[in-house]
Write a protein that binds this ligand. Structure first.
Ligand SMILES: C[S@@+](CC[C@H](N)C(=O)[O-])C[C@H]1O[C@@H](n2cnc3c(N)ncnc32)[C@H](O)[C@@H]1O
Length: 333
């Protein structure tokens, strides 16, 4: 049977994921990979965010990047995710519950929405929050490549909500690496001890014509993180061509291996590697985790034109106010 990306199943998968304790996290077989992923996101945020920025986090999950945005001294944050359970977790995290004892409060105002970001227009629901200086979409944009209409909606949402001159930053699987590994494998499955991905028989010839960039699905599983979820290949050339149509020009495309090589030369980010526990004395990332990191790339698009940044508050940082459960906005698909 053909593998399909069903948004309801994706939402259900992420909603069900349990919050791990600190001990569980540290015992994870992919703990260094998780820390590395967080380091990549932190570096992107440190390079591109400026104090006072207004930020949209598409597919925000459980709000795992809230602290990173706080450190960047943004003034306003909007998180949107399709998984109701994750949005509720993000709400609690913003309130301080489960924040690992980090002192309250955050220094920015926030709103949370539950919506299918690749289906509904976010223009009207976010008209009072836009324009954003930065839009971030971490480890999620590939789900939109299940269908052309969804990929277009994703980029339409980004383009309409980003100010001219603003940036769209993110991380996605590196389709070139996935396809190369698939071609090197004897069958339709590729795995190591921490990840596994499998294409269905439609892709038995292992050819992915450039003119059919959508709906090339596979099942992906990552030890202790993703349990067999259908995903879609997101060929970067197709993404950047489509993005151009929406006034977004590619500025960075960097596989995690080269991203790490480039940015760990910067003393500030090298230090961050240590403080975030990616490079711990005596505890090395396993070869399997390093190989898994190679499956991803970081990107930056910039919206054409130039408009003044959103009005800066006199003091960077907005006004913190906890979000009540009934204040989460649900947008039906
Ligand atoms: C791997 S998680 C990443 C979460 C978060 N961005 C992070 O980096 O921690 C992928 C997220 O994408 C969300 N997602 C998938 N499809 C979506 C859609 N159509 N609209 C909104 N969110 C979606 C999932 O619910 C999940 O929270």
């Amino acid at each position: 049977m053909a593998i399909q990306v069903d948004p309801a199943l994706v939402a259900d998968h992420y909603s069900r994921r349990e919050n791990q304790t600190r001990e569980d996290r540290e015992a994870s077989p992919i703990i260094h990979l998780k820390k590395l992923n967080n380091w990549v996101k932190s570096v992107l945020i440190r390079i591109y965010a400026q104090a006072g920025d207004r930020v949209l986090d598409l597919a925000c999950g459980k709000g795992g990047d809230l602290v990173k945005w706080d450190k960047a001294r943004i003034s306003h944050y909007v998180g949107v995710d399709i998984a109701k359970g994750s949005v509720e977790d993000a709400r609690l995290r913003y309130e301080g519950v489960g924040s690992n004892g980090r002192g309250l409060p955050y220094h920015f105002s926030a709103r949370l929405l539950c919506a299918d970001c690749w289906k509904v227009s976010l223009e009207e629901p976010l008209k009072d929050d836009a324009p954003f200086d930065i839009i971030s979409c971490q480890f999620a944009l590939h789900y939109s490549f299940s269908e052309e209409a969804r990929a277009r909606r994703a980029l339409q949402n980004v383009s309409s909500l980003l100010r001219p001159g603003g940036v769209f930053i993110g991380t996605i699987p590196d389709a070139n690496v996935l396809v190369r590994k698939l071609r090197e494998a004897p069958g339709l499955e590729v795995s190591n001890s921490v990840y596994r991905f499998r294409f269905d028989d439609r892709h038995a010839d292992k050819r992915f014509p450039a003119k059919q960039p959508y709906g090339n699905t596979y099942i992906f599983a990552l030890e202790d993180a993703i349990a067999s979820v259908p995903e879609a290949l997101i060929p970067f050339s197709a993404l950047s061509t489509l993005a151009e149509e929406y006034g977004l020009t590619v500025e960075v495309r960097s596989n995690f291996h080269s991203f790490i090589a480039e940015h760990s030369r910067n003393p500030e980010f090298a230090e961050l590697l240590r403080t975030m526990g990616v490079a711990e004395r005596g505890k090395q990332m396993s070869a399997a985790e390093w190989d898994a990191a190679y499956l991803y790339l970081a990107f930056v698009f910039r919206k054409v034109g130039e408009a003044p940044r959103s009005e800066r508050p006199k003091q960077p940082g907005g006004i913190y106010k906890p979000i009540q459960p009934h204040e989460i906005v649900f947008i039906p698909s």
